[in-house]
Design a protein around this ligand. Structure first.
Ligand code: GLN
Length: 489
């Protein structure tokens, strides 16, 4: 296997054994970027010089015996809605195209402190609103498994980068599925931690009560390693959970003997692709063979997930996006007659169609006279999702189901039908609404060779259980070892 295709864990072992340097590993990723990026288009900004500088520093530190973390010297990609000092943070929006933040997001600061090498900032649906990267205000990213297909979204740049070997792992953000859905479509592991587990300081807000940052990796162990870097309390984020995060690598080998796996009947709805259903059912058998017990559970509120999510998320978005007014930062359209005219020209030119749609929906849901009927109702429905999970976890230890209804779809297939695009998140939004941690892992391939993902959901703050369960599955299967075959082209 070429260096850029290794798991982060295996690459770190080569670094520790002196079999390669961080500079070599980083160069290999930068060369891969040069080779495949014209076809994949995962990156908004490639930070080649900075990456090589960090790699040199990591090599020097290692030579002096100073090991900042087990991932020191490993190349990582960061979704372009997380601030990084002295590099553009665009959110893939015209309104922030030239914005350079004066500070690092906490997660970026932690990657740096861990000695990791940030190779670039990845493309997303504008302000993380979408499921395919086709809503990016800059360009569309292609799925490395089939370049005609979407990588998923909104963290599609991050998942495409890892699937194409342009970085060994990446950070994404997940408001309604944006880590898990693209991870599923690109054959990767994607973890949305519990709300509050990872600091949101420096993450450009979409829907603040739902947004969470998390790892996108090739294996569960890599996700555990990256969680050890980014997880834990941060005084700069008032919603950050005060307790320290555990060591996620401990107990990874615990296995699943006796684990009760809850399979909600609502997760096998009409319209789910038969190949996806078959792969997920086969995974349930695989878990049974490993000693887990299947339990039927119910999430009765599930059919209301999409409407609840799209009320709550758009309401918060309309409020969060009010700050892009041409006065504070980002784009300002000149030539206006007065300040109101300047605001509206700036926002009309700066935002794309989907972002405008959400601002309008959200403003409507929050407006006097409709607030109680929509936003308040949405908040109350969230309590029902929490209760659904609490009841289900009385009968099981983890919940299992598909991550997405279908494998990767064709680019262009859903762009003109926002409802179809919203339905990509039918299985992922409940965990955001309730706050629970959830993870997607590869569990098969369609006849056309496209990856299929399996979703696991755990009780609040039990990311460790998800990682252990996923790791046990990987020990018994080979799906996570497959790589998109782009490098050879
Ligand atoms: N696809 C969903 C949306 O469009 C979720 C996005 C996300 O998780 N950031 O809102």
């Amino acid at each position: 296997m070429d260096l850029p295709d290794l798991s982060a864990f295996d690459a770190a072992r080569l670094l520790n054994e002196g079999q390669c340097s961080s500079v070599e590993l980083t160069r290999a990723c930068l060369e891969r970027i040069e080779r495949v990026e014209p076809r994949v288009r995962a990156f908004v900004t490639v930070l080649a010089d900075q990456a090589l500088d960090s790699a040199r520093q990591a090599d020097q530190a290692r030579a002096q015996g100073k090991i900042a973390s087990p991932l020191m010297g490993v190349p990582v990609a960061v979704k372009d809605n997380m601030c990084m000092r002295d590099a553009p943070t665009t959110c893939s929006s015209k309104i922030l195209e030239n914005f350079i933040p004066p500070y690092d997001a906490t997660v970026v600061q932690r990657l740096t402190a861990a000695g990791m090498v940030v190779v670039g900032k990845t493309n997303l649906d504008e302000f993380a609103m979408g499921s395919s990267t086709e809503n990016s205000g800059l360009f569309t990213t292609h799925n490395p498994w089939d370049l005609e297909r979407a990588p998923g979204g909104s963290s599609g740049g991050s998942t495409a980068a890892v699937a194409a070997g342009e970085a060994l792992l990446a950070l994404g953000s997940d408001t309604g599925g944006s880590i898990r859905q693209p991870a599923s479509l690109c054959g990767l592991v994607g973890l949305k931690p519990t709300y509050g587990r990872v600091s949101r300081y420096g993450l450009v807000a979409f829907a603040s009560s739902l947004d969470q940052i998390g790892p996108i990796t090739r294996t569960a162990r890599d996700a555990a390693l990256l969680m050890n870097v980014i997880g834990g309390h941060d005084p700069l984020d008032s919603t950050s959970w005060p307790e320290p995060a555990p060591n996620y690598c401990e107990g990874l080998d615990r296995g699943v003997r006796g684990l009760r796996i809850g399979v909600p009947k609502e997760y096998f709805i009409e319209g789910i692709d038969p190949e996806v259903e078959a792969a997920v059912r086969q995974a349930i058998e695989q878990f049974a063979a490993l000693g887990a017990e299947a339990a039927e559970v119910s999430l009765p509120t599930m059919p209301y997930a999409i409407p609840t999510y799209y009320i709550c998320a758009t309401a918060e978005a309309s409020s969060n996006l009010a700050r892009y007014d041409g006065a504070h930062y980002g784009l300002r359209v000149e030539g206006a007659d007065n300040i109101i005219d300047m605001f509206s020209r700036t926002r009309a030119q700066g935002f794309g169609a989907e972002v405008k749609r959400r601002i309008m929906l959200g403003t409507y849901a929050l407006s006097a006279g409709f607030y109680d009927a929509y936003y308040m109702k949405g908040l109350k429905a969230r309590t029902l999702f929490k209760r659904d999970f609490e009841r289900a976890f009385e009968k099981c230890d983890v919940i299992l189901g598909p991550t997405t209804p279908t494998p990767a779809f064709q680019l262009g297939e859903k762009v003109d039908d926002p409802i179809q695009m919203y339905l990509c998140d039918i299985f992922t939004t409940p965990a955001n609404l309730a706050g629970n941690p959830a993870l997607s892992i590869p569990c098969g391939f369609s006849a056309a060779g496209l990856p299929i993902g399996l979703q696991l959901i755990a009780p609040l703050f039990d990311e460790a259980r998800l990682l252990q369960t996923a790791h046990a599955f990987e020990q018994a299967t080979d799906y996570h070892k497959a790589r998109a075959n782009l490098a050879a082209d």
